[in-house]
Design a protein around this ligand. Structure first.
Ligand code: SF4
Length: 258
């Protein structure tokens, strides 16, 4: 992963298939904004608006999909997308969907997925508790400088949007208010594995949020981003991953021919 940040991202066919499955699940419950964004600011507005609408669905129906979250971890700006949120037993539950080939997932994969869903839980919890507030978000994304295109703004108007909600600042305030109105975030997290071939559910695993474990892992991972350590290769137990890695045998030879 760390080398991808140096040399750029790319998608494998398996990743594309996984994305298609996520998209199919999302559109089932998605309420679209019909105005076409013209600029990056318009697109940013659209994402914030859709988050706001989705959280409304969560509060009303107890479930929503594809929520973008923004936060800060040890001073680093982080963005993620939670696959599903549900309100269960009076708490907000984070659900992460993964696709894979067949029944075997392996412990290593599970550990990584658990770490990801714990991180999502932490970022969401910061938003719900207000420790990452609207002001933090506004400063971090410099939203005061963002302006919508005239066409997009007119489109929003013709869709009947209210005056105060037709700016990035306005929709952000509404979104952050709504986030703070969510029930407490549950410590139990759900991981679901779907078969890449036919999208059938293979397994559902509940894991417990572990703040100490997450902090320890984040400290190690952030070491790379803060420049205090070099990118590290996968451990031997995970060298099967190298088979799918574009750097195998050229930029990275750690496990090549071993
Ligand atoms: S070849 Fe293996 S160890 Fe090297 S970057 Fe890729 S996954 Fe990591």
């Amino acid at each position: 992963m760390e080398l991808y940040m140096l040399y750029g991202m790319f998608s494998t066919p398996a990743m594309e298939k996984g994305k298609a499955i996520h998209y199919k699940m999302e559109v089932k419950e998605h309420v679209p904004l019909t105005v076409e964004p013209k600029t990056p600011s318009d697109r940013f507005y659209k994402t914030l608006y859709e988050n706001y609408v989705n959280l409304g669905i969560l509060l009303e129906k107890g479930k929503c999909r594809e929520i973008k979250i923004y936060g800060s971890i040890n001073g680093f700006k982080v963005v993620g997308q939670i696959d599903e949120l549900r309100i269960e037993g009076g708490k907000t539950m984070v659900v992460e969907d993964k696709t894979k080939n067949g029944e075997n997932s392996g412990n290593i994969r599970m550990l990584q997925d658990s770490l990801q869903v714990m991180l999502y839980r932490k970022v969401l919890d910061d938003l719900v508790c207000g420790s990452f507030s609207y002001d933090n978000f506004a400063n971090s994304y410099r939203i005061y400088d963002s302006k919508l295109s005239r066409e997009f703004y007119d489109g929003l108007k013709s869709q009947g949007m209210k005056e105060g909600s037709m700016t990035i600042d306005g929709i952000s305030k509404l979104l952050f208010e709504r986030l703070k109105s969510l029930p407490e975030v549950a410590e139990t997290l759900e991981l679901r594995y779907f078969d890449r071939k036919d999208n059938s559910l293979l397994s559902t695993i509940n894991i417990k949020y572990d703040n100490d474990y997450l902090n320890k892992e984040l400290k190690h991972l952030m070491g790379y981003w803060s420049g205090s350590r070099e990118a590290s290769p996968v451990p031997e137990a995970e060298k099967w991953k190298c088979k799918w890695c574009r750097f195998f045998g050229n930029k990275c030879t750690v496990w090549y021919n071993k």
